[in-house]
Design a protein around this ligand. Structure first.
Ligand code: ADP
Length: 469
């Protein structure tokens, strides 16, 4: 079941895709918030630590530890308000020995309340840590108290409040809590939009495929797409497929139209003849004549159907049977056996090999020689075959009625017969050259036709030569 929203169809795939995109975007959103809070925390701590370090430096310069006793050098340093009052910016100071004897405590510690003495191990000059006392978040810095020999005698511990810092983080979290559902909705909406747009061309393909039929093969996909990307390539491939199907369906329709038309002529003749025979009693000679007509027309139909079947079978057979055969021997045998009573001159190189089906190539030769004889009133026909480089050239020449220039392309179409042939009463079905061209094409060859001199026709075939080692 698919829901439609504007021109976007929200199908199961769209929902699945949207949820996937939304999840990825949400994860990225959450990771980016965690990351930015941590960065912020780092910079805020850095800021507090700089303040503590600066203050500790002053304090360290105002006290000394010599001869196992602690003394104050500058007393006014400890009279500053930030060591007396308890505000957000105040410092709580404690100086104590390694054993925990308290040497000095700022006045505000008594106001705030006791702070634990810590003895951290650190090798750097300063050490910082987050801690909590009386439910208040604090940040504390330590510096070692050194004696006259540079040996650690105790600790200077300086603590400040993280109030501003906490407020900021809390605010960020609070804002995020409220914006989060909105962000989720926004991300979902964007995901639906992206997925819907991504699947839109596929919906067009589905609609077109649903509507396509033999009566409507001219429809093509027309959405905008880069020809290099997947959708563009899919569109072009499908349009090419529709194009090929349209051509093939048109050819099949034309072929069946022509075939019906061609079979109609002998069938009508047979029907007329049978009606005539049924109309009364005829003498033996009349029956004989009628049977002759019936036989001729039946043979004509058999010939048409046989050639049509050959054309239909040719493409599959020829692609399967790509054997190598000796053209020179095949041609000589054919002429010697089937055309020994005709004037056919041969000028053929020995042992020319071709790749394809010998059986079908025999039909090519027969058709071309039959035509040459038929359209020249059985005049002289010349067959030449030579190899030049890697190309085998075969020509069949006659001195017959010739073919008009405007018909030289058309004669290869199924059922095409020239006006000249019809007018001269030369019988045929217009199928032979179509079969010839189909076979030659499957053998990777070409066929051309030109005028002979002083008259007649030359058919020239070219094929890639095959070398037998
Ligand atoms: P058909 O059975 O009519 O001969 P083809 O397919 O063999 O059918 O030939 C198609 C048409 O080409 C013929 O009707 C004829 O007009 C023309 N044609 C073919 N070969 C020759 C030729 N050697 N000389 C003149 N016309 C030819």
């Amino acid at each position: 079941m698919a829901i439609r929203f504007r021109n976007i169809t929200i199908s199961k795939s769209v929902i699945k895709n949207s949820l996937l995109i939304a999840s990825v975007m949400l994860i990225l959103y959450i990771v980016s918030i965690i990351f930015s809070i941590n960065i912020l925390k780092y910079y805020l701590n850095e800021n507090i630590d700089t303040r503590i370090r600066h203050e500790i430096e002053h304090i360290a310069a105002s006290v000394k530890y010599e001869n196992n006793s602690f003394s104050i050098i500058r007393a006014n340093e400890f009279e500053e308000t930030d060591l007396i009052e308890v505000t957000d910016d105040s410092f709580l100071l404690q100086i104590y020995s390694n054993e925990g004897t308290l040497f000095l405590q700022s006045k505000n510690v008594a106001v705030f309340g006791n702070i634990e003495k810590i003895f951290p191990y650190f090798s750097e000059v300063y050490y910082f840590e987050d801690n909590k006392s009386h439910d208040v978040n604090l940040r504390t810095g330590y510096e070692k108290l050194l004696d006259e020999h540079g040996e650690p005698a105790g600790y200077i511990q300086l603590t400040t409040f993280k109030t501003a810092f906490n407020e900021l983080i809390e605010n960020i979290l609070f804002i995020n809590l409220f914006t989060f559902p909105l962000v989720v909705l926004f991300i979902l909406f964007i995901s639906f939009l992206i997925s819907g747009k991504t699947f839109a061309p596929i919906n067009k393909i589905i609609t077109l495929a649903r509507n396509i039929s033999t009566a409507n093969l001219s429809a093509r996909l027309s959405f905008a797409a880069d020809p290099e990307d997947e959708l563009g390539r899919l569109k072009n491939t499908l349009n090419d497929l529709f194009e090929r199907l349209e051509i093939q369906v048109r050819q099949i329709t034309e072929f069946s139209d022509n075939a019906s038309h061609q079979l109609m002529t002998p069938l009508t003749a047979i029907n007329t003849e049978i009606e005539y025979l049924l109309k009364g009693i005829h003498d033996t000679e009349e029956y004989r004549e009628s049977l002759k007509v019936l036989k001729e027309q039946t043979e004509r139909m058999i010939q048409i159907i046989r050639t049509m079947l050959l054309i239909a079978k040719n493409s599959e057979l020829c692609t399967e049977q790509k054997t190598i055969f000796n053209f020179s021997k095949l041609a000589v045998q054919l002429i010697d056996n089937a055309y020994k009573n005709y004037k056919i001159e041969l000028s053929i190189d020995e042992d020319l090999y071709l790749r394809g089906s010998a059986e079908y190539f025999l039909l090519v030769l027969q058709n071309l020689v039959d035509n040459a004889l038929k359209y020249s009133g059985n005049d002289c026909v010349t067959i030449t075959a030579h190899q030049t480089g890697n190309i085998v050239n075969i020509s069949i020449e006659d001195f017959g009625v010739g073919i008009d220039d405007n018909e030289k392309e058309k004669i290869f179409e199924r059922f095409y017969r020239s006006d000249k042939a019809e007018k001269l009463g030369i019988t045929g079905y217009g199928l032979g050259l179509n079969l010839v061209k189909a076979v030659v094409t499957t053998m990777n060859g070409t066929i051309q036709v030109r005028n002979n001199s002083p008259k007649g026709t030359v058919f020239t075939l070219t094929f890639p030569g095959v070398t037998i080692s």
